[in-house]
Design a protein. Structure first.
Ligand SMILES: Cc1cc2nc3c(=O)[nH]c(=O)nc-3n(C[C@H](O)[C@H](O)[C@H](O)COP(=O)(O)OP(=O)(O)OC[C@H]3O[C@@H](n4cnc5c(N)ncnc54)[C@H](O)[C@@H]3O)c2cc1C
Lengths: 799, 294
């Protein structure tokens, strides 16, 4: 993808703002050694040599194999279940139905509305109605075939608008509408009155599969003391523990959750391990034996969460010089069968509220009005997926910006520059952006590197035969760091030993994003030791402090701060000891590269870090630090959607060039530039990896991805038919990393994990529209959709 | 998914292979590259107790070309080998192209042309060019050998005229005349590494004045089997192509196809694409044919 990435990796620091304003976490800028360095990721070699063990690689001796019998109907009552034949099959150890769940028969990342084993009703194809544990997978599979279930089919609902209609079949007792969330700023009608142009457009996006490389796998092992240990690839071990405990009917301290290195998560493994661990734990509890559940790819598609589909009806007003005056949107956010991560955790947690808050885009608009419905349907359920509601709404507002620009005869870059956030801007929730707003800078950087004006001038026919047209597209984006729940805390422990080695305990998980590299980098920097001195203890709820989930682009920033605070506690002892030993004031000490010396006399006497650590330990001083950090308080008025829901945002601009075969609708992305304001790049190379992967994902969303559902049944369950981009679909990608210091972040960092895939989708779609005139408002823009969009226009532009 | 269990046989010559295939005709399967078979076995789609590998049978992987006899592709020849074979690239560019763009590098290194044909998917990428080249397959069984023209080989999605005791030994492709040209174009929902949603192959032979003596067109992924387009072929024979003729011949190809809606594309779109690709294929064939005596 980027052969010459060394040359491309240029991190540009925009501004080092008043770092002293940082709440709690104040760091000296001078002499950063490890932070900012593209050290090799700690798991790279293990992965490249195949030595890293994923869950499926662990030995299975002594394990029972769990299987789930799933509903074939999207909506039905369970009349009866007979598992007796299954129980009689030799090798079957237990076959369980709803009544067998020892504690609460429900789990869920936010609301426990999903049965561990459905008892009276199923709500989607994939709902579990019985569980089996057997000596082998084969026997367990056979046993499922012996279970007799009588269903009474109910009418099903597959469109969120139908779900809201009066008399619609009720999916949950609480009704189909989970919430109607509102955002009200200014007076939209007055805003429309000021507008010269008003456009109304509906944009639609489908269910998406995460398509993480590693299908889900987990196990539960009953411990002699009555503890249940669950292990597997998981993004949120604490959420797993919080669910398994009540399902077993035991307190939280009787469940231990441990993460195994993930082969990709993208938000999906926030939910699915809750599901699998609860079920494995119930089977383990009944049998008293370790139980393993491992899903096939098709089962992952059937059973686990997806990216929420949305229907977004926009009406936007703009003056003739391109100033946005009013934004109005009605969002139908399809939750599917279960609540998962959709509903609100006050004030601003949950994907739905996040989507609502982000929906007017990173633009100054005086008057905003959003009605956002979240509804149950009988489809699979929506969960977290890289962007948590933000990619969907970006697809709407970024297309709308281009449609408005076209209507005004304006350059898409100019209309964005006219409205984009800057320092001091007020968002749609009236939050004042008082720091770290590098959005315009990303636009400038992108424009220059991409050569926007030349390229947009040369858009048009590529070949003499007039089969292909070239076009360019731009999209901007913003994304929060953290989750806006008001309880978004992270804890870390740091143990320094007498030989100068360090153990870092963190509950942030590794799924390929580089947390296990970046967090030790921060720890080593904060203590003044080398990276190899820090060993990370992997997430294990028995060992590490609660860290919350590894989601929301929060890990580096929130955990980074917790680590710095933990290091600081230890440094208090070390400072005191070293000051004694060197005979200088503690304030003058510098800890750097395993050495401790006097700032004012750097060539004078230096102590070894380990000497100081050993001396501190011998005098009984504290060498264990614990840091906790939570972002500044979030707020969002439940009636008006006004407040400060998230404490800082990452900003980005993407530019894409595409070629469209106007006769077939095939699209090739030929060039790509993506610029980001990340606050601080802790590890620029790892960050670039996030950008490349994220853009690929966004490109898939634009051009090919969709879970095709027929009567609630996924039609493309394997990766043969569920298409995601391959390396061959990727353009030459040039990432640009800018740093506009985040005063609340460790060394100025903000989140980056989700941002890269968000503007990628509309940038590509806009480029397609620019090339061929056809705009696909209901994704994906696969060749067929592009072909029909061009036909609808009556053919491609002829110029 | 529990891994399927079966006995794996590795015959050392064709006779042994034929014996085994005869013996296990009800519950055995032949394995070449395994790229179609293994996924099906893993998905539990077949009740197979014996797998007979052809990979140790000597000589099966040959690819030979003679001006007079044409091309012989042994049943063991890998897609990648066919794609990169200089004679195939020179004389059968449509086939070389099909073998180089289908599937993935790994699959092309394992999969065989014969396996692609025996598997008989409607979307089989090598089928359309081989039909356009008038290929025939050589089927052997204990005590017998028969040649079946490819036009008579396919009988439905995944179905063909082979008997359970038969092994495909090779594929024969006639030598192309001078002043001929051929091509294959395919389209899929994802441009790379994806099963074709539409495939069109063509072959044109010209006389010295540039008049088409013979035309053959074949389609994949738009009917229950890969198929030829006799109506379009007849339209082109005896003519010099002009834009109207191309459009009419391509429209005749559309009439030949019987596409369905599936997750990859709708039938309506497939028809439109047959029109586009057939036009392009005919043009490409004509240009290469005119250019040289290849
Ligand atoms: C990821 C992936 C992508 C793919 N993409 C494409 C694609 O783009 N286009 C496409 O056309 N196909 C594609 N395929 C399908 C497959 O790779 C091809 O059909 C390949 O050519 C099959 O050859 P094989 O040698 O692997 O066949 P095998 O799997 O070994 O055999 C296929 C069938 O033929 C039988 N068989 C094989 N050889 C003989 C013989 N000599 N005599 C009698 N019976 C025989 C087997 O019993 C089996 O039923 C793809 C497959 C995968 C897994």
């Amino acid at each position: 993808m980027s052969q010459n990435s060394e040359e491309k990796r240029q991190v540009k620091t925009l501004e080092r703002e008043r770092l002293d304003l940082g709440r709690l976490v104040k760091v000296g800028e001078a002499g950063l050694r490890i932070v900012g360095d593209s050290v090799r990721r700690t798991d790279d070699v293990l992965k490249a040599t195949g030595k890293l063990k994923y869950a499926a690689d662990y030995p299975q001796e002594g394990f029972l194999h769990g299987k789930i019998l799933r509903s074939p109907y999207p909506h039905a009552l369970i009349r009866s279940i007979d598992v007796s034949k299954a129980r009689e099959l030799p090798g079957v150890v237990c076959a369980l139905t709803g009544g067998d769940v020892p504690g609460r028969n429900g789990f869920g990342a936010i609301l426990p509305d999903q049965p561990v084993i459905c008892q009276d009703k199923v709500r989607y194809i994939g709902d579990g109605v019985a569980l089996v544990a057997a000596e082998s997978e084969r026997i367990a599979q056979k046993a499922l075939e012996l279970i007799r279930v009588e269903y009474e089919e109910l009418p099903a609902v597959f469109d969120p608008r139908d779900a809201l209609a009066e008399g619609a079949p009720k999916i949950h007792e609480t009704g189909n509408q989970i919430s109607l969330d509102k955002l009200r700023k200014g007076d939209v009608e007055a805003g429309f009155a000021q507008a010269d142009v008003i456009l109304e457009r509906t944009y639609q996006v489908p269910f998406l599969e995460h398509a993480y490389m590693e299908p889900d796998c987990c196990w539960a092992i009953p411990q002699p003391d009555g503890t249940m240990m669950v292990e597997g690839p998981m993004q949120a071990p604490f959420a797993v523990r919080r669910n398994v405990a009540p399902v077993l009917g035991v307190p939280i301290n009787m469940v231990r959750a441990r993460q195994i290195h993930m082969g990709g998560g993208f938000g999906g493994k926030e939910d699915s391990p809750i599901d699998l661990c609860c079920r494995a734990a119930v089977l383990a509890k009944h049998t008293g034996r370790p139980v393993r559940i491992s899903l096939e790819r098709e089962e992952v598609t059937l059973q686990t969460c997806k990216r929420h589909p949305m229907i977004m009806e926009l009406k936007v007003g703009v003056t003739k010089d391109g100033k946005l005056t009013a934004f109005k949107s009605t969002v139908y956010d399809e939750q599917g069968a279960y609540a998962s991560l959709g509903p609100k955790i006050p004030p601003a947690g949950g994907s739905h509220v996040h989507a609502m808050v982000m929906s007017p885009g990173p633009y100054e608009i005086e008057n905003c009005w959003v009605d956002a419905y979240l509804c149950y349907t009988n489809h699979p359920y929506g969960g977290a997926m890289r962007g948590f509601g933000a990619p969907q709404v970006h697809i709407a507002h970024e297309q709308m910006m281009d449609e408005l620009a076209a209507e005004l005869g304006m350059d898409p870059v100019d209309i964005r520059r006219k409205n984009a956030f800057k320092l001091g801007s007020k968002t749609a929730t009236s939050q004042v952006l008082d720091q770290s707003v590098g959005l315009r800078e990303t636009l400038d950087a992108c424009e220059e590197r991409f050569g926007w004006s030349q390229r947009s001038d040369s858009a048009g026919w590529v070949d003499a035969a007039k089969t292909k047209r070239r076009g360019v597209g731009v999209a901007m984006g913003w994304y929060r760091t953290s989750i806006g729940t008001g309880g978004d805390a992270c804890g870390a422990n740091v143990h320094v030993h007498e030989d100068g080695s360090v153990i870092l305990y963190s509950g942030i998980t590794e799924m390929g994003q580089g947390a296990f590299t970046v967090l030790p980098q921060i720890c080593a920097e904060a203590l003044g030791v080398e990276l190899e001195d820090v060993r990370l203890v992997k997430p294990d709820t028995d060992l590490v402090p609660e860290s919350g989930p590894t989601v929301g682009s929060r890990s580096t920033t929130l955990m980074g701060n917790a680590i710095i605070l933990a290091c600081r506690q230890v440094r208090e002892s070390l400072d005191q000891k070293a000051a004694e030993m060197l005979g200088v004031e503690p304030e003058r000490l510098v800890f750097c590269g395993r050495k401790v010396f006097d700032r004012d006399n750097p060539d004078g006497k230096a102590l070894e870090f380990r000497q100081v650590a050993a001396a501190a330990m011998a005098s009984g001083m504290r060498l264990i630090g614990q840091g906790w950090w939570a972002p500044p308080k979030a707020s969002l008025d439940p009636e008006t959607g006004q407040g400060s829901p998230y404490f800082v945002y990452t900003y980005s601009t993407h530019m894409a060039e595409v070629e469209v075969d106007v006769q077939t609708g095939e699209v090739t992305v030929t060039d790509y530039v993506a610029a980001f304001d990340v606050g601080k790049a802790i590890n620029p190379k790892a960050l670039e990896g996030q950008i490349e992967g994220g853009v690929a994902m966004g490109l898939g969303y634009a051009l090919m991805e969709k879970v095709v559902l027929e009567n609630g049944m996924p039609q493309n369950m394997s990766l043969q038919n569920y298409l995601i981009p391959t390396m061959l679909d990727m353009p030459d990608l040039k990432p640009l990393v800018l740093e506009q210091t985040n005063q609340h972040g460790p060394y100025g960092a903000k989140g980056i994990g989700e941002m890269p895939n968000i503007p990628a989708t509309p940038a590509v779609i806009n480029a397609v529209a620019n090339a061929c005139g056809g705009r696909v408002r209901s994704l994906p823009a696969n060749p067929e959709a592009v072909f029909w969009a061009i036909r609808e226009l009556g053919g491609p532009p002829q110029d | 998914m529990p891994t399927p269990r079966f006995t794996f046989h590795q015959p050392q010559n064709l006779e042994q292979a034929l014996d085994l295939v005869g013996m296990y005709r009800t519950n055995g399967k032949i394995l070449a590259g395994g790229t179609d078979l293994v996924p099906k076995l893993r998905a539990g789609l077949m009740d197979v107790h014996h797998v007979v590998s052809l990979n140790r049978v000597p000589g099966l992987n040959r690819i030979t070309f003679h001006e007079d006899d044409g091309l012989v592709i042994g049943a063991g020849a890998r897609l990648a080998d066919v794609a990169l074979n200089p004679e195939v690239m020179k004389h059968y560019p449509g086939l070389a192209h099909a073998c180089s763009v289908m599937a993935t590098t790994q699959i092309r290194n394992m999969g065989t042309v014969a396996g692609n044909i025996v598997n008989s998917a409607p979307s089989a990428d090598t089928a359309a060019p081989l039909l356009a080249y008038k290929a025939a397959v050589i089927l052997v069984e204990r005590g017998g050998r028969r040649h079946v023209p490819l036009t008579e080989f396919f009988s439905g999605p995944g179905l063909n005229v082979m008997e359970p005791m038969e092994i495909m030994e090779a594929i024969r492709v006639p030598s192309p005349p001078r002043r001929s040209g051929s091509a294959y174009l395919r389209l899929s929902a994802r441009s790379k590494v994806d099963i074709a949603a539409v495939g069109v192959a063509g072959f044109l032979a010209l006389d010295m004045d540039g008049v088409i003596i013979e035309a053959r067109l074949a389609l994949a992924a738009v009917a229950p089997t890969p198929l030829r387009c006799p109506e379009a072929e007849a339209m082109l024979a005896g003519q010099k192509p002009d834009p109207q003729l191309l459009t009419r011949a391509a429209a005749a190809c559309v009439r030949a196809c019987r596409p369905i809606d599936d997750v990859r594309a709708t039938a309506a779109y497939r028809r439109k694409m047959v029109q586009v690709l057939a036009g392009r294929v005919i043009e490409q064939c004509y240009q290469t044919a005119e250019r040289g005596d290849a």
